[in-house]
Design a protein around this ligand. Structure first.
Ligand SMILES: *Cc1c(COP(=O)(O)O)cnc(C)c1O
Length: 368
């Protein structure tokens, strides 16, 4: 049995979510219906985008966004290998090829200075991941995209409410994709959403998520069933109202940890770019690579939940090796060996935070 006292993630489901779900169940419309439409409208308003198209997961949001942008066989999409596998898997699902570019070692997001050397005449898009809740160097990425006529699809699965130079993440590139998995900053159970200002992309996305239907039983293009349910949307509507509060609690927790850990030996606290509002989907520290597993064991043995986001670069996953990938990106490799995510979620109490700090200080004495 695990003796984790403070879990790495903890979704907050309250009476409002439960009551809204019950209303949907009693309404008779439980698949995609009026609640999904209302959720899309409210989410677009929150992000500041013209359109939002809800999907069954963050993964299907990425898949549909890529297809809506016309990405497919023969195309290349530049992205990061320091992410959840879904980022690159969805590119493969379209028939295109993910091309991995290295990250900035401080923010763990794509290093714009390395992107241009990866561009070929097959490159169609850049998919930056707004990792841990903060936007990458979007200004430079947008410029590279503009100069090379590339589409920018933001993987914003971890960054609901994050802001880059006054613009919400998901409204910076051509398309933005969010996940509502229970560990994310807000949830619908399983679920996702695409944000865009393009009417063309929005219309295509709506069709692709429902078997290419332009009207019922009229299939103009090939699509899937990637719809969100009204049950999920009802949870999402309740969560969306609380998102700013959740994020503020995450930020406060992160600032407290930053302060308390600032001079603990052996730990580097996360760096937030001053151009961004970091919403701390993860609070990820860095320790010496050789001892990372010992830090994790010490934390877990003492009841503190941890996560490694991410332990293996995507190009080194078995499947990617089997299809011929053999990249070796220095900063990506280094990050996979040295990061540890700590609990930062809104349910943490001050006692929890102080306990996490105490265990880290003990670990530091023992391991650094
Ligand atoms: C969670 C996540 C996804 C996938 O979202 P699901 O809802 O789990 O399908 C994609 N990319 C990143 C970076 C994620 O964190």
């Amino acid at each position: 049995m695990s003796n984790i006292k403070i879990p790495i993630a903890k979704p907050i489901i309250e009476d409002e979510e439960i009551e809204e779900v019950v209303k949907v169940l009693k309404s008779g419309v439980i698949a995609q219906g009026p609640k999904v439409a209302e959720f899309e409208e409210k989410f677009a308003e929150f992000i500041g985008s013209k359109y939002a198209i809800a999907t069954s997961s963050g993964t299907t949001a990425l898949h549909v966004a890529l297809l809506s942008a016309g990405i497919g066989k023969g195309d290349e999409v530049i992205t990061t290998a320091f992410s959840f596998a879904a980022t690159a898997n969805t590119i493969i699902h379209t028939g295109a090829k993910p091309v991995f570019s290295d990250i900035n070692p401080q923010t763990y997001t794509l290093d714009p200075s390395k992107i241009e050397e990866k561009i070929t005449d097959k490159t169609k898009a850049i998919m930056p991941v707004q990792l841990y809740g903060q936007a990458g160097e979007m200004g430079e990425i947008l410029k590279i995209a503009k100069d090379n006529d590339l589409v920018v699809i933001e993987d914003a699965a971890q960054a609901h409410g994050s802001i880059y130079k006054g613009k919400k993440v998901g409204n910076i590139g051509d398309l933005g994709c969010f996940s509502f998995y229970p560990t994310k900053n807000m949830t619908t159970g399983e679920g996702g959403i695409i944000t865009t200002n393009s009417r063309e992309y929005a219309n295509l996305a709506k069709m692709i998520r429902a078997h290419g239907e332009s009207q019922r039983y009229s299939h103009a293009i090939l699509g899937y069933n990637f719809r969100l349910t009204d049950i999920g949307a009802a949870i999402g509507l309740a969560q969306l109202k609380k998102l700013n509060g959740f994020n503020n609690a995450r930020i406060k927790n992160a600032e407290y940890l930053n302060e308390e850990l600032s001079d603990v030996k052996g730990i580097s606290t996360p760096i937030s770019q001053n151009k961004t509002k970091h919403v701390y989907h993860q609070y990820t520290i860095k320790v010496s690579g050789e001892k990372r597993d010992e830090w994790v064991k010490f934390l877990n043995d003492n009841g503190v939940g941890t996560g490694i986001h991410y332990p293996i670069p995507i190009y080194k996953q078995e499947y990617y090796k089997s299809i011929g990938y053999n990249d070796n990106l220095l900063n990506t490799e280094d990050a996979t060996k040295s990061v540890i995510s700590l609990p930062v979620h809104p349910s943490l109490t001050l006692d929890d935070l102080n306990y996490i700090v105490k265990v880290l200080k003990d670990a530091s004495v023992k391991l650094s």
